[in-house]
Design a protein around this ligand. Sequence first.
Ligand code: PHE
Length: 343
Amino acid sequence: MTLNVKIDEIRTKFLKQLKDAKTSKEIEKLKVFYLGKKGSLQDLMQFLKTATSEERPLFGKKINDLKIEITSHLENTLKRLLLDEENIKLKSENIDITLPGRRHFWGRYHPVTLMMNNMIDVLVSMGFSVETGPDIDSDFYNFEGLNFSKDHPARDMQDTFYISDDLLLRTHTSNVQVRTMEKFKPPIRAIAPGKCFRNETISARSHVFFHQIELFYIDENVSFSDLFSTMDEFLTKLFKKEVKTRFRPSYFPFVEPGMECDVECFICSGQGCRVCKDSGWLEVFGAGMIHPEVLKSGGIDPEKYSGYAAGIGVERLAMLLYGINDIRYFTQNDLRFLKQFNL
Ligand code: PHE
C-alpha cells in the first residue's frame, strides 16, 4: 500500500469518527488514538524507513500535513464541545432568584438559662458578686460545714446522689457558702448560680436536677429585715411588678431562724392548680440568718458578724414567669417548647 492511499484511509476514518464524536471526552480519546505515541500517525513512520532519499522529504511533509490537519480539526471540535458542555451545565445549575429563601434557625437560650441570666443581672445590679462552686463536692461543703452533723436527721430531707462516702452531687448551691467565706473577709455579698441534684421522683413539680441561685450577705449587724427587703426588691425587679409573697417559718440546719418564701401562683392567680398543688402558692426559696456554726466553719467570728442566706429555685421562677405548668418540659428537648422563649 502506498503512503498516499494509507493517508487517505486514515483521513477518511478520522473524519467519520470526528463527526460521530459527541463529547469532549471522545475527542480526547481520538487525540490519543491518532496523535499519541502508539497512534495511527506514528505507524506512518515506517514509510520513511523504507523510502528513498528523494522520497523522504516529500513523505515527511505529507505526514506532517496530515498531522496539522488532524490537530486543527480536533482542537476546533474540542473547543466547540467544551463550550456546549459548559452551557448545558450552567443551564442545569440555574439559580431561580425569585424563589423564597430557606430559613435559618437561630439558636436561642434555654428558658432556664434566660431566667438565670435575668436573675443574675438583677442581683448584680443590687451589688452582689458572682461566685461558683463544683457540682461534685465533698460532704464537708455540702453538709458537714453547713451544720449537718454526720447523723443529722436533716440529711434525710435531701435524697443525695453519693459518689463515694465523701463525694456527692451537690444537693444545693449552699455548698458555695463556706467556700466563699474561706476566700474573702466580710463584708461578703455574693450569689452562686448552679445545678443541683436530688434523688427524687420526677413529677410536674420536681426533677432530679434543677438550678438554684444561692445568695448571701455577711457583715456587721446584718438583720432579718435586710433579708426581707432584699428579697422583696429582687422579686419586684425580676417580675417588673409587685409580687405577692408569703414567708413561713421553716427549718434548715445552716440557718437560724429559717424560713421559706412562697410567691402567689401566677399560673392560676392563687386559685389553685397542678403546679401549686392547689394551694395558690409556689415555694420559690428557702432563707434565713446564717447559723453561727456555719460562720465558724468558714473562719468568720459569729460574735462580730452576722449574715443572711437564701437559695432561690430557678425552674420554679421560670415556671411562674412563663406560665409553664410542668417542670419536665425543661428537659424534654422539644423544639416546639424551646422555640417559644426569647428575651
Ligand atoms: N439550700 C436550701 C435548699 O436547697 C435553701 C436555703 C438556702 C435555705 C439558704 C436557707 C438558706 O433547700
